[in-house]
Ligand binder design. Structure first.
Ligand code: CTP
Length: 405
């Protein structure tokens, strides 16, 4: 779906992996893309221009000119929505990294304004050579997307890295790219805190709470599904963090660790959602040895932890969106609005423990969203996934407002 109607240049260079390209082109065409083939002279030794013209439905171009007509490389560079150089030989990699322009592939590469994907293919020693490494680094710095090589059997008979990625995988990388860049939170960084914190009393005891982190984990996944790059800072929980590979999980135990991990990202994120049930107090002192059962009464002095939400609110920059949670048992909306103002948040998600099916451990939740502009949005009893999606939708609206969209 993501590749439907996309104009894609497939540029082939001299490598045995070129024999896989007609299959790759068929997959692109099947996905609805328009494909223009370019090939270097060396590529023609590995795969026939006629096969490629047949599968792409367009004339294969292998020269800037055939002596009578001019294949306008600038126009081709502007026509394309994406260019993929596959397989990209060590020789072409070196040319691309150094601005050498001596054939139709290198000329169109230099003229292309679209995203460029490079799928290298070469023998292990060539792939690992420092000049290849430098060329790859340079090309990445220039904003090109390098499609990782695969480990396996090479044309030399050696086994190692350097095999061109399989056509099916290259199709997936291209379509994921289009899906991700068209999503509403594409290119935005988010941090989400979730779960409880444990505050150690002695080596075997702690002060904790019943949070499982389910709500925060669902929010992290929902934001990632909307295109954001998400860091989930997760307190100790038995609940499976997430299988979403776009969510980077950092495990922490205490409020202080959660504070450090979150504040380290404060200047890098556009979105912060603080869903964790952070301990408000921790033991004033930590006993190095297990506290023995001696007296009938035992008093443990507690001291306040630093409020992460309030700390982020203090240093909030223009264009940052800050979301907090409030768990209230009385005067819910009034208390939640006070929190919103005191902590400089843009929205507070109000949980009420009085609602059946809401709160710790459940798969459902009933929340009211309170926005800075005064809007109050009570949601019905929903699954935590649905609540997470509703929160994400509000965040998208707030982000659009912040970006004047
Ligand atoms: N929070 C935080 N750091 C803390 C304590 C709370 O970031 N040390 C965040 C929570 O993640 C939540 C919000 O603050 O987003 C509200 O937490 P809550 O405990 O309900 O409110 P408090 O401000 O601590 O006030 P109170 O406990 O008196 O209701």
């Amino acid at each position: 779906m993501a590749l439907k109607g996309k104009k894609i240049i497939v540029a082939i260079t001299g490598s045995i992996a070129a024999y896989k390209i007609p299959h790759f082109v068929r997959l692109l065409v099947k996905a609805g893309a328009e494909v223009q083939i370019l090939m270097t002279a060396a590529a023609k030794l590995f795969v026939s221009p006629l096969s490629l013209a047949t599968v792409s439905g367009r004339q294969t171009l292998s020269d800037v000119t055939d002596g009578t007509t001019w294949n306008n490389h600038v126009a081709l560079g502007l026509w394309a929505d994406a260019m993929i150089i596959a397989p990209c030989s060590a020789n072409t990699l070196g040319k691309l990294a150094n601005g050498i322009c001596d054939n139709i592939v290198t000329a169109v590469y230099l003229s292309a304004r679209c995203p460029v994907f490079i799928a290298p293919a070469m023998d292990e020693d060539m792939w690992l050579h420092p000049s290849t490494r430098n060329n790859i680094n340079k090309l990445q710095e220039y904003g090109n997307h390098i499609i990782p090589t695969e480990h396996g059997e090479l044309a030399s008979g050696l086994i190692g890295p350097g095999r061109m990625s399989e056509p099916e995988n290259m199709i997936k990388i291209l379509s994921d790219f289009y899906v991700l860049t068209t999503l509403p939170l594409a290119g935005q960084n988010a941090v989400v805190t979730a779960g409880p914190t444990y505050e150690r009393i002695d080596p075997v005891r702690f002060i904790g709470n019943f949070s499982t982190g389910k709500m925060g984990i669902a929010i992290a996944e929902s934001l990632a599904n909307a295109g954001a790059r998400v860091t989930l800072i997760l307190g100790p929980t038995q609940h499976k963090p997430t299988s979403n590979s776009s969510v980077n999980v950092i495990n922490v135990e205490s409020a202080a660790q959660m504070y450090d991990a979150t504040m380290a990202l404060a200047h890098e994120v556009q979105i912060a959602v603080l869903a964790a049930a952070v301990a408000d107090y921790k033991p004033l002192e930590y006993a190095d040895n297990k506290i023995k059962k001696q007296t009938d009464d035992l008093k443990i002095s507690l001291t306040k932890t630093t409020d992460i939400l309030a700390s982020l609110g203090k240093i909030k920059q223009d264009g940052q969106t800050l979301i907090g949670f409030a768990l209230e048992t009385e005067n819910e909306q009034e208390n939640a609005r006070k929190k919103l103002e005191a902590k400089n948040a843009d929205m507070i998600v109000l949980n009420s423990l009085r609602d059946e099916g809401a709160g710790f451990g459940h798969d459902t939740n009933k929340v009211t969203l309170l926005l800075k502009n005064g809007t109050i949005n009570p949601l019905p009893l929903l699954t935590k996934k649905e609540v997470a999606n509703a929160i994400t939708e509000h965040i998208i609206l707030l982000r659009n407002e912040a970006n004047n969209i």
